[in-house]
Design a protein around this ligand. Sequence first.
Ligand SMILES: [Zn+2]
Length: 264
Amino acid sequence: MINKPKIIEKWQKRNKYGRPGTPLTAKKIAIHYTGSPDVPGHKTLSYFNNVVANGHKVNGKFVYASAHYIIDLDGTIYQLIPTTEICYATNSANSYAIAVEVATTGADNHYTDATYKSMVWLCAWLCQYKKLDCQKDIITHTDVVGKNYKLCPIYMVKNPDKMQQFKQDCHNLKEGKIRVSDITNCTAEGSVKIPKMIKVIQNVNYRTEPNFKATSIAGEATPGQIFTVVDLITKSEANMYKLKSGFYITASKKYVEEFIPKKF
Ligand SMILES: [Zn+2]
């Protein structure tokens, strides 16, 4: 059992733009981002509770928007709407999803250490409270609306391995495999460790350029092959190692693993 994280209640008044009072049976937890990095959570809170809730027009149309929770850059968790009522955040999933709006930082909209810790703690606790499965029931906004509609939260949509790790962290906390103090921000810059050597565990192409285009294929590496790594390229869609030979290979743990030579 994990304890409930500290939550600051800032209840939104009943209003048709954000808190209509419609009953919610929570089946999913959807995470979101505000659209820009380094927007303090308390500003988002004020926008929902003091602007949108009073009737706010953009381009002549009323805005309908809210979230159950907002997590700030310093890790503060605010709650605006009870989890027994719907909010307006996740389009067609509003009828079954709890929405968590999470502040992001940096050009890539990753999370501060404090924000990440609160995000894992809150989502793990919500899964425990609502009897949900962290692996299956924590979703992104984009999982509901598709990539053509919105990339939200953009960092998690662009880095699906980090979303996977985030759900794993939630699961591990919920199951008592880690403690809150053990939560490590997998989205922080420099969080990816570069191994000195890697071993291929599944057939995979090595490439002339750090991308996964057909034109960059240079040959196929086979299980058991060992390579020396000189760099990690994180700009491409997925991470790739630059090898001593000058070629590039995926950093996906599905295909390669760290190799530590035995010392004699
Ligand atoms: Zn969203």
